[in-house]
Design a protein around this ligand. Structure first.
Ligand SMILES: [Fe+2]
Length: 188
């Protein structure tokens, strides 16, 4: 059997993401929610290996949806952790990615219009899912695009490469919403 799948993260201090992103949520998000996808994926892959070994095709088929969901959760969150950096970091500034900014301006005009389009796409997601900035490679050409995926579906279309993704699952922000609700934040 292959080596069990584990975390891929470069963040060792979620406090550095405050006040923009709650460290408490990120610790739960990383240690509980992402871990659950990994645990379930490893269990499903183990069962699948046994089903392959015994030529149990029915079991192999029945495992596919769970493998897709949990593998997608692992793939998506692995990129998510790689994308996060403290606001004070030089990597958080547009100047850290001049070629990306150039390509964004070529498609959306300027960074603010890109943000508006990105936000609109993400807010259109019904239920749980992800919003992505992706690179689409077709032959010798490549372009940027905004796409959304449902639940934990990863970006796996032909020629599609995710650049960064925003987790629109409730588990990415529910403590803040709960806290806000308790303080009646929506009222003036
Ligand atoms: Fe998540």
């Amino acid at each position: 059997m292959n080596k069990p799948i584990g975390f891929v993260s470069r963040i060792d201090n979620f406090q550095a993401l405050e006040p923009h992103i709650s460290a408490q949520i990120m610790e739960l998000h990383h240690g509980k929610h992402h871990q659950t996808y990994i645990t379930n994926l490893n269990a499903a892959l183990k069962t699948q290996a046994e089903a392959v070994h015994t030529s149990d095709i029915t079991s192999q088929v029945s495992l596919q949806q769970g493998i897709k969901f949990n593998a997608g959760g692992h793939i998506n969150h692995s990129l998510f952790w790689q994308n996060l950096t403290p606001a004070s970091s030089p990597e958080a500034k547009s100047s850290a990615a001049p070629e990306l900014v150039k390509q964004i301006k070529a498609v959306w005009g300027d960074e603010e219009k890109f943000k508006e389009a990105f936000n609109a796409a993400l807010l259109s997601i019904q239920g749980s899912g992800w919003g992505w900035l992706i690179k689409v490679e077709t032959g010798k050409e490549q372009r940027l695009a905004i796409v959304t995926t449902k639940d934990q579906d990863p970006v796996v279309g032909k020629g599609e490469v995710p650049i960064f993704g925003v987790d629109m699952w409730e588990h990415a922000y529910y403590l803040q919403v709960s806290s806000c609700s308790q303080k009646l934040c929506l009222q003036p």
